[in-house]
Design a protein around this ligand. Structure first.
Ligand SMILES: Cc1cc2nc3c(=O)[nH]c(=O)nc-3n(C[C@H](O)[C@H](O)[C@H](O)COP(=O)(O)OP(=O)(O)OC[C@H]3O[C@@H](n4cnc5c(N)ncnc54)[C@H](O)[C@@H]3O)c2cc1C
Length: 275
């Protein structure tokens, strides 16, 4: 029997997948959905709601993608390699390859289709990933590593609270898709651009009670909204992601003020403000 709120973990074999951009769509004015394809996607495993992959981007000056190489003794003496430009992203959706199949009595015909992986990249401004995504085109190469682990949904969670900023939206969308229909879900989001609100398709928007907070209305709104919820249900589990420092008071409130054990709180720093 799994312990309460246990999240069984599956480890995956390391893999570097050399992929090609099949399409780029502005799913909101501030998010680019990059669809990647390639034979290396065979067997792509991403089963947990907050799985992540490491995306290796091309050097903007040379167009070359550098991936980490295994350490070879003496290699340090050779010409230094180019910088590895890697960022973490949520595999928003994966569609396995399909084969051509004629229609049968039970099934409609299917056409052959290559496997596809969607990654939703926030266009936040200057940054290797953000800048690349703003101008990415079909045919562009990209390398994706992982995911290394998948954590399943928490056993026994009777209600779930999801919170964060724009960077958390793809992971929160996966939570909304994967949680059982009977589990009540609340979502608290603080975003810079009101247009981020169109990120969720209708079927996900209807799945939860979602509160959107706009950063322009002042600091600390997410914390105030969280405090406003009062004590959480005994069976509540909390997932959140966003700017690392902004999560500190939220974690303190959940762990210290409300006394939730670590097994019921998963808050992850997805990026660090440097400006
Ligand atoms: C497990 C995990 C999953 C993630 N999933 C996603 C995802 O699915 N989609 C997504 O868009 N992001 C996601 N992120 C966040 C993403 O990896 C970071 O935002 C990353 O730093 C962006 O890289 P960059 O090259 O564009 O900017 P960087 O070169 O890293 O930073 C350049 C400048 O931009 C600022 N910056 C970086 N990220 C943001 C941001 N999100 N908002 C505002 N300013 C920022 C930095 O403070 C810095 O000043 C995830 C992170 C983790 C750890």
């Amino acid at each position: 029997m799994p312990a309460p709120f246990d999240r069984p973990t599956t480890h995956h074999l390391p893999a570097l997948r050399h992929l090609t951009v099949a399409g780029v769509a502005r799913i909101t004015p501030v998010f680019a959905r990059v669809t990647l394809t390639g034979d290396d996607l065979d067997g792509f495993p991403a089963t947990g709601p907050d799985d992540h992959v490491k995306v290796f981007f091309p050097d903007p000056a040379t167009g070359e993608i550098t991936v980490p190489s295994p350490h070879v003794p003496g290699a340090d003496l050779e010409t230094p390699r180019a910088e590895v430009l890697a960022r973490d992203y949520t595999p928003r959706a994966f569609r396995p390859a399909t084969r051509t199949r004629p229609a049968t009595f039970d099934h409609p015909a299917t056409e052959a289709r290559s496997a596809e992986l969607d990654v939703d990249i926030l266009l936040h401004g200057a940054g290797v990933a953000s800048t690349w995504a703003a101008t990415a085109r079909p045919g562009d190469p990209l390398v994706v590593g992982g995911p290394r682990v998948s954590k399943a949904l928490p056993a026994d969670a009777t209600t779930v609270l999801l919170l964060g900023d724009e960077s958390a939206l793809p992971a929160i969308a996966r939570w909304l898709e994967q949680l059982p229909a009977k589990t009540p879900i609340s979502v608290l989001l603080e975003v810079t651009d009101a247009r981020a609100r169109s990120y969720f398709p209708d079927e996900l928007r209807m799945r939860a009670d979602i509160l959107w907070l706009l950063r322009e209305h002042g600091d600390g709104q997410l914390l105030a909204a969280l405090r406003g919820l009062g004590p959480l249900d005994e069976g509540a589990f909390v997932f959140g992601a966003g700017e690392a420092a902004a999560l500190v008071p939220l974690r303190q409130h959940l762990r210290k003020d409300l006394g939730l054990p670590a097994t019921r709180v998963a808050l992850n720093g997805y990026w660090k403000a440097t400006a």
